[in-house]
Design a protein around this ligand. Structure first.
Ligand SMILES: NC(=O)C1=CN([C@@H]2O[C@H](COP(=O)(O)OP(=O)(O)OC[C@H]3O[C@@H](n4cnc5c(N)ncnc54)[C@H](OP(=O)(O)O)[C@@H]3O)[C@@H](O)[C@H]2O)C=CC1
Ligand SMILES: O=C(O)C1=N[C@H](C(=O)O)C[C@H](O)C1
Length: 264
């Protein structure tokens, strides 16, 4: 039997790719496409909006259908609604929205007591693998003679609303934990003085239609290591989220990561 899924934020850039890939996947059945009622495309066929032709599923804000998993790529308020929907439906939740505030994060942790939740700032396989590589690098370089300076650069499309990306922040968190760094700064200007070793700096570039690119720099005296991971389109995130929904449906309540989903 296919796993029944719902998508929240279904008219968005990511939502449209989830509708397209999710409706093609024979192991899944797409049963609901949620949008907020004020959305300009509310009520339209989700397949038409996604550019794949009519699916017979409309953009709605409620449904009588039952579903085993709901995937959220929206905005913080949308994420809040998705958590409530998942808890009410006793469905698994795949939480992909970034830029969440502490209140939303607390709600996710609380919901994980009653439903399974995969929560990750990036559903991409190569991004999650690069996170592992960065942890190895950070561990190896934490006590290196002369120190290793960590800087994180990310590039995204001009429409992105949160900054730096959730992925960049997660890279920083993982590296900081390994290297014992507590200071995180965002860009530099004026005369900040010599760079201390115990900080990670983030640089967010917004340009064109870039679907996402991260470079993590480990700068030593005499040599530099850079790890870059780059999406060519959004399907790496969409297919990872669909994989996460299949993984989480029917699991016991708790918080799961993409490492659990991907077996990394
Ligand atoms: N974890 C991951 O792998 C990835 C995460 N993301 C994250 O996913 C999120 C969405 O990205 P993207 O698709 O590019 O953004 P979009 O703005 O294109 O899509 C978000 C959609 O959600 C809609 N929305 C707004 N409010 C609500 C609500 N209350 N309920 C339901 N839907 C709502 C938006 O409508 P409107 O346009 O009218 O606001 C829009 O249609 C971002 O936080 C992004 O950072 C993105 C890619 C990968
Ligand atoms: O908004 C995006 O596009 C993306 N957002 C996520 C993030 O903030 O990390 C993931 C991906 O980089 C694309």
């Amino acid at each position: 039997m296919p796993i029944t899924i719902a998508i929240n934020g279904a008219a968005g850039r990511m939502g449209q790719r989830l509708v397209a890939l999710g409706s093609e996947d024979k192991s899944l059945e797409l049963v609901a496409c949620f949008e907020y009622s004020g959305h300009p495309k509310f009520g339209q066929d989700a397949g038409d909006v996604a550019g794949i032709g009519e699916l017979g599923l409309h953009l709605v804000d409620q449904t009588d259908e039952t579903y085993e998993a709901i995937i959220d790529f929206s905005v913080p308020e949308g994420a809040h609604a998705a958590i409530e929907r998942a808890v009410q439906a006793k469905a698994a939740l795949v939480m992909a929205t970034t830029g969440l505030e502490e209140q939303h994060k607390a709600k996710i942790r609380e919901a994980a007591n009653v439903i399974p939740i995969v929560w990750a700032p990036s559903m991409s396989t190569t991004v999650n693998l690069t996170m592992k590589l960065c942890e190895i690098a950070a561990d190896a370089l934490k006590d290196i003679q002369g120190g290793a300076d960590v800087e994180i650069m990310e590039r995204h499309h001009r429409y992105k609303e949160d900054s730096p990306s959730g992925t960049a922040l997660r890279f920083g968190e993982l590296i900081a934990n390994k290297m014992g760094i507590t200071k995180h700064i965002h860009g530099r200007e004026g005369r900040p003085g010599k760079r201390p070793h115990d900080e990670i700096a983030y640089h967010a570039i917004r340009t064109g239609d870039n679907p996402g690119e991260h470079t993590i720099i480990f700068g030593l005296l005499g040599e530099t290591m850079e790890l870059t991971v780059r999406a060519s389109n959004r399907d790496c995130y969409a297919s990872g989220a669909l994989q996460a929904a299949k993984f989480a449906a029917g699991k016991k309540p708790g918080l799961y990561s993409m490492n659990d989903v991907l077996g990394l």
